[in-house]
Design a protein around this ligand. Structure first.
Ligand SMILES: Cc1cc2nc3c(=O)[nH]c(=O)nc-3n(C[C@H](O)[C@H](O)[C@H](O)COP(=O)(O)OP(=O)(O)OC[C@H]3O[C@@H](n4cnc5c(N)ncnc54)[C@H](O)[C@@H]3O)c2cc1C
Length: 647
């Protein structure tokens, strides 16, 4: 049940308290409350997502981000040295669903190498792509279901709103149709533009080859956009993981307008600290809620380190200087902040088939909105992006003379270029195409620190954008690559001219353009980074427990030790919350283990016929052999699919 007023809650003592109802927090709440014997309280500072039309309608996404509002934390950064000292707004959603309620809905997992690197730096094989992979894949229904009771797989691959034939636009083998969070291909088409993009992959296959599905673990190439949209509407972590069938669980309570300020009552026993609960404010009063099993911080990459530092968990010297007594000296809290810089470019085009026709014409805009309202179809079911190109710096690029390649490996992109019709040339009239370029593997680092010992003061957010030569170089290369994309012969009669000629600028002028126009893309990670259990740095261990504490976990984007070479919602929701959390909690409770046994029993009935009794038994008792069998099974299915296709 969702509560707006603390006085309506039946009590303030729960088994689990989750701080933050965002991408990760809601998944964990959903997972934990599958077990009816667990009571869970989610404390969310923001407002309800109900009836926020700018959140539901994909096309209107920018409305939510365009200025101070009750739906935002209204953060600004510190002066950004790499951005000519600009102070820039930094959107973070103050809504049930967290940033999944206002983000761009672009659905990307990252490269297999990204996850293998997590595994390497933490020394925990559980974080490798191969070990996470089964949780993504439809073929692993049985293995997946071992860890849950109600088919609560994450991804629900959904037909697009226009129900068009999607063959050749994605690889079904790497998606699941049985999860909770809807993912779909675009439900409204811009055929002329889309054909130009696909023709580019034929004309420039060396640099921009076609990639059937960039969510396969090997993203390089150009693929069709996938989004967390279902039935033409945003699928946020609130609309999916707190959907009516879940939120009516008696053991799940979500309290809105509840801003957590700090962890309470630290007790130290043999050097390990346990906290008694959390303090939160609502309507100007302070309350304490108690977690008898575990407190889970899911307040995101800004909220989580802020709460930790206000609780005395962080750099002892810095906290003491602010008058906050140190409880656990963890200098990495708030450090290592990693954000990806984004730059836009646009070209005027010789086509009226662009979204500008709608955005620049009040009548057509109203019609498109009315169509969405009536049927959830039409141009408002998507953002204006149609494809994404994922590409690497050239191997012999001069930057590698003095900088070690920061990507996770040779199959991991350094640069993302998303392309679409219109939408990137704000303030101009006419028809346009646009490219949004992101440096996916930045080497710049920033920080989230406190400005005072008042836990309700906003933190100091330094994104550190473009403070290294590598990032500035890669930003320039991203622009050059976007221009090479539109130099494919197919664009000759389509493109009229760039809105600003970036290609013919001097390096100094281009650097100035980049520093003056670059902004953050919202993918902040690593402010409470995971490291190996015995590492002298980092904030959480690979099991996501805070170092030096017991019964305190962090499950959100802040724990990622590097940013994925992608947008980060999938990493926050799936890899962390669906994969790590069940593994973590599975072994913690006899009750949950009993539930898993019940799931196994039910599966015996639901078996899809692919498994012999003996094999299934072996799989249950031996996870390693389960993995081998899943591999076999996938190979068998892939073979069958190929045979079918050839036939
Ligand atoms: C503008 C923007 C666009 C983006 N676009 C995309 C995209 O297209 N695709 C993609 O994959 N990713 C995108 N992302 C990134 C993605 O949304 C985030 O990585 C993801 O939501 C992070 O999940 P989280 O659980 O760590 O935090 P969040 O989703 O931010 O959730 C944190 C929650 O905690 C709450 N909270 C914070 N502090 C407190 C407190 N003290 N007390 C109580 N509650 C608190 C917040 O209100 C929020 O609800 C975008 C992000 C932004 C900001």
């Amino acid at each position: 049940k969702i509560y707006e007023d603390v006085s309506d809650l039946p009590g303030l003592e729960y088994d689990f308290i989750i701080v933050g109802a965002g991408a990760a927090g809601n998944v964990v709440a959903n997972r934990l409350t599958e077990n009816p014997s667990f009571s869970v309280l989610v404390l969310e500072a923001g407002v309800s997502n109900e009836g926020i039309i700018d959140s539901s309608v994909p096309f209107l996404v920018n409305n939510l981000l365009s200025g101070p509002a009750i739906y935002e934390w209204n953060y600004s950064t510190t002066p950004q040295v790499g951005l000519n000292n600009r102070v820039i707004p930094y959107p973070r959603a103050h809504i049930l669903g967290g940033c999944t309620a206002h983000n761009g809905m672009v659905y990307t997992r990252g490269s297999a190498e990204d996850f293998d690197r997590y595994s390497a730096v933490t020394g925990d094989p559980g974080w490798s792509w191969d070990n996470l992979l089964p949780y993504f894949f439809k073929a692993c229904k049985i293995l997946w279901s071992l860890f849950r009771t109600d088919g609560s797989q994450n991804e629900k691959w959904t037909p697009p709103a226009d129900d068009h034939d999607t063959r050749g636009e994605f690889d079904p083998a790497v998606h699941s149709t049985e999860g909770i969070n809807s993912v779909s291909l675009s439900g409204f088409q811009w055929p002329i533009f889309q054909e130009h993009v696909i023709q580019t992959t034929r004309e420039l296959p060396e640099e921009f080859r076609f990639n059937l599905d960039f969510n396969s673990g090997e993203p390089l190439g150009v693929g069709w956009l996938q989004s967390t949209i279902g039935g033409g509407e945003r699928s946020s972590s609130a609309t999916s993981y707190l959907a009516p069938k879940f939120i009516q669980r008696e053991n799940l309570h979500v309290l809105l307008h509840a801003q957590v300020s700090r962890l309470m009552d630290p007790q130290s026993n043999k050097g390990v600290v346990t906290f008694g609960g959390v303090q939160f404010s609502q309507g100007g009063s302070l309350f304490t809620a108690k977690a008898t099993k575990e407190t889970i911080l899911s307040a995101g990459s800004i909220g989580t380190p802020t709460i930790l530092m206000n609780s005395g968990v962080g750099n002892k010297t810095a906290l003491t200087a602010l008058g906050i007594p140190s409880v656990i000296d963890l200098p990495s809290v708030g450090q290592n902040a990693t954000e990806q810089p984004g730059i836009n470019a646009a070209w005027s085009v010789n086509s009226t088939q662009t979204v500008d026709e709608i955005t620049q014409n009040a009548t057509l805009f109203a019609e498109a909105f009315a169509q969405w309202n009536a049927t959830h179809t039409g141009p408002f079911v998507n953002i204006p992006v149609t494809h994404i190109a994922w590409t690497r710096l050239d191997a012999d690029s001069p930057i590698f003379g003095n900088v070690t390649d920061p990507s996770a490996g040779p199959k991991t992109p350094h640069i993302e270029i998303f392309v679409g019709t219109g939408g990137f040339a704000a303030g101009l009239t006419g028809n346009f195409m646009g490219a949004g370029m992101t440096v996916l593997t930045p080497t710049s680092r920033g920080s989230v620190t406190l400005q005072s010992n008042n836990p309700f003061d906003p933190p100091l957010i330094d994104l550190g954008l473009l403070t290294t030569e590598f990032d500035l170089f890669t930003a320039r290369e991203a622009i050059k690559k976007a221009y090479r994309f539109v130099q494919a012969p197919v664009w000759k009669d389509y493109i009229i001219a760039p809105t600003i000629d970036l290609l013919n600028m001097t390096t100094d002028a281009l650097n100035e353009f980049i520093r003056n126009t670059t902004g953050p893309v919202g993918h902040l990670v690593s402010t409470a980074a995971m490291s190996a259990k015995d590492a002298s740095y980092g904030v959480v261990n690979p099991d996501l427990l805070v170092k030096g504490a017991s019964r305190l976990s962090i499950i959100d984007a802040s724990i990622l030790p590097f940013v994925t070479s992608a947008h980060t919602q999938a990493a926050a929701e799936m890899e962390i919350a669906v994969v790590a959390a069940p593994e973590k909690f599975k072994f913690k409770s006899d009750t949950l283990n009993a539930l898993n046994t019940a799931a196994r029993e039910r599966l015996d009935v639901e078996d899809d016929g692919d498994w012999t009794e003996g094999k299934r038994e072996e799989m249950y008792s031996n996870p390693k052999s389960a993995k081998e069998m899943q591999k076999e099974q996938r190979a068998k299915r892939a073979k069958e699919r190929l045979a079918k296709r050839d036939a």
